[in-house]
Design a protein. Structure first.
Length: 267
């Protein structure tokens, strides 16, 4: 259909060990770590339709089905943390997309934005009814032939009843996954990319994120900053594809990332 219809189908199964925060019911649980093993299996299907030839706008629908069995890996400090949770997710997601990037791998100019609204329903086979909204926006601006400035913003909200492993969390380089979770999350990250010599480039980046959680008629907020630097090598000039390594730091954590394309990659 002249490239206007995009489809995605996938399935996965496996087991992951993760630490979560805020699993218990009390406000004190926001800062307490609980270690879970998650055994999962599921599938996803998605359709995106470009509204007009060469239009940056597209509408889409995604459907996710998954079964997750979570069990404690050790005794929690919180007595009200559940020992085992079995969850079935059956949820359609409506998607609105805007894309003017000059390259999906390592963009040098343009904007990508995605608005999504997920609604899980017992009538469709889900264990519970819950909703999740997310707005992602990122853009790149060339300041000169050798300098590219990038920015990424992310906001997410989840309703009551959302499984703890699907609640929004701060996603910044250098910040551990799931470390800062909440019913609402907002973050922003900036990156500057400078061409050095030949196919080599250097990057510097920094970000800030915050979460908000309401418990027992009290609101708890947590925030974190992160930053770091990296190196890139243009492995394919034809496709504009860079690869490289980032070293990032946040309070108490240092992380190393292998990057293919860019750190905010969206297909």
């Amino acid at each position: 259909m002249d490239g206007r219809l995009r489809t995605l189908v996938g399935a996965a199964t496996g087991k992951v060990n993760l630490d979560f925060y805020g699993v218990g019911s009390g406000l004190s649980s926001v800062d307490q770590k609980v270690s879970y093993s998650l055994e999962f299996s599921g599938a996803v299907a998605q359709l995106n339709w470009q509204l007009a030839p060469k239009s940056p706008w597209a509408l889409g629908m995604r459907y996710v089905f998954a079964e997750v069995d979570s069990t404690l890996r050790n005794e929690p400090l919180l007595p009200n943390a559940p020992g085992r949770i079995q969850v079935r997710v059956s949820a359609p997601t409506a998607i609105l997309e805007f894309d003017t990037r000059d390259n999906i791998f390592t963009p040098t100019r343009g904007v990508y934005a995605e608005t999504s609204y997920l609604a899980a329903r017992e009538a469709l086979g889900s264990s519970d009814d819950f909703e999740r909204f997310q707005q992602v926006a990122m853009g790149w601006l060339p300041l000169s032939r050798d300098t590219i400035l990038g920015a990424r913003g992310n906001y997410a909200w989840s309703s009551k009843g959302t499984p703890f492993f699907l609640r929004p969390f701060i996603q910044l380089r250098g910040v551990p996954a799931m470390r800062y979770q909440g019913e609402q999350m907002a973050s922003v990250e900036f990156e500057a990319r400078l061409r050095l010599e030949g196919r080599w480039s250097g990057v510097a980046f920094g970000g800030y994120g915050a979460t908000r959680t309401e418990r027992e008629n009290t609101t708890s907020t947590k925030d974190v900053t992160s930053g770091g630097f990296g190196i890139r090598y243009n492995i394919s000039r034809k496709f504009g594809l860079d690869v490289g390594v980032d070293v990032a730091r946040s309070p108490g954590t240092t992380a190393v990332y292998l990057v293919v394309g860019n750190s905010w990659f969206r297909p």
